[in-house]
Design a protein around this ligand. Structure first.
Ligand SMILES: *Cc1c(COP(=O)(O)O)cnc(C)c1O
Length: 372
């Protein structure tokens, strides 16, 4: 095994902007925790960049999903449609609300939810009662759909939103991987009632750990801010909380990193696109394997670059992974599909054969802006 230093990581962070200055400011002023100007500034930068009315910074992307589901009204015993091809946080957040993830298939065009297949499935199993969607097979209410923009590539949002409207389902975009990705010219996160971001260490920009909730509804934005800051009624000295809130606020010191990272986002994206172009060119000459490129309706951030083996070559995936990793090039398979994890084994699902096929052929290769 090569030593750490020789390994080309999957997505290493880059700190070459104002990170040190802003962190120093936090330390010298003592504003490291739940109060300070960087949180407000970071939220403003996020809202401006993504084009939403309100962004609320929180401790991580999983907490962001939890709150989005809660505020949308997901209750114990509800079902929430979730792609089986996703990171575990998407399904976990549904469980945190006492709800049940209901797994849906993906399409190869976007690697994300297949709106047409979802519609066919809902026609088969769902019915509307008093303006709400119910699963006839389980008797449970289906409250929402979480669309996840896989490895940064946007889901086909317009037809998906149509399906949601028809079946009275709320849409949440898990945009943890898609900051800097646009669907038909508009930033991802503008279609769902809420969208969530993550600033974990391996994401396009990082705050160490962190996340955000985006919304175009000012009232819901206020509600989210209140719930994520212990539901405290603002007052110079008194502690009064009007319900059970959450301590999900992003600390100022993390937001300081976030501001510095946002200033560099465009340059990160530019470098990541050049890297993707180079991969595309290099793999255009290799038979039996394809470099995944953005769907035609999207401009993607190419968060994690994707190789797809042809069907007949899927059997060499693990050999390839081993070869790459032992020679110091970090490479990863897709996540184990959610319906194959023990805690989600018995959750309802549609036919997910396309997700299974994609998972069997997919390899992520090094993608950080640092590589250029
Ligand atoms: C990273 C990620 C999250 C959130 O992760 P946190 O580590 O909690 O910030 C959620 N969903 C997806 C698809 C992710 O990739």
């Amino acid at each position: 095994m090569p030593s750490d230093r020789e390994v080309i990581g999957l997505h290493e962070p880059q700190f070459c902007g104002n990170e040190w200055d802003y962190l120093e400011e936090c330390l010298t002023t003592g504003w490291v925790s739940s109060v300070g100007k960087f949180v407000d500034r970071f939220e403003q930068m996020l809202a401006e960049y993504t084009g939403v009315k309100r962004a609320i910074a929180v401790v991580n992307g999983t907490a962001a999903l939890h709150i989005a589901l809660k505020v949308i009204g997901v209750k114990t015993g509800d079902e929430v449609l979730v792609p089986t091809l996703t990171f575990v946080a998407t399904a976990n957040a549904v469980e945190y609300c006492g709800a049940i993830p209901h797994f849906a298939d993906s399409e190869e065009k976007s690697l994300g939810l297949d709106p047409h297949k979802l519609e066919i499935w809902l026609n088969e199993i769902a019915e509307l009662r008093h303006g709400e969607c119910f699963n006839r097979q389980t008797g449970r209410r289906i409250k929402a759909v979480i669309a996840m923009h896989t490895f940064g590539h946007p889901v086909d949002l317009d037809p998906l939103l149509e399906v949601c409207r028809r079946f009275k389902l709320e849409l949440i975009e898990d945009a943890a991987e898609s900051i800097g990705s646009f669907y038909k010219g508009r930033h991802t996160g503008n279609w769902g009632k809420f969208a969530t971001l993550s600033f974990n260490g391996n994401k396009t920009i990082t705050t160490g750990g962190g996340g955000a909730i985006l919304t175009n509804d000012e009232e819901l934005g206020k509600e989210v801010k209140h719930l994520t800051t212990t539901a405290k009624i603002p007052h110079p000295w008194a502690y009064y909380h009007d319900r059970v809130g959450y301590n999900y606020r992003l600390p100022n010191i993390n937001a300081a990193l976030g501001c510095a990272q946002m200033e560099q986002l465009d340059s990160f994206l530019e470098k990541k696109r050049i890297l993707a172009e180079r991969y595309k060119f290099a793999f255009s000459k290799v038979q039996g394997i394809r470099f995944f490129t953005e769907p035609d309706f999207a401009q993607s951030n190419y968060w994690l670059n994707v190789l797809l083996l042809d069907d007949e070559n899927a059997f060499i995936r693990d050999t390839l992974l081993k070869k790459l990793n032992t020679s110091g090039i970090m490479a990863r398979p897709a996540w184990t599909l959610m319906h194959k994890l023990p805690m989600f084994h018995s959750c309802p699902r549609m036919d997910v054969s396309t997700a299974e096929n994609i998972e069997s052929r997919l390899i992520n290769i090094p993608s950080g802006a640092l590589l250029l």
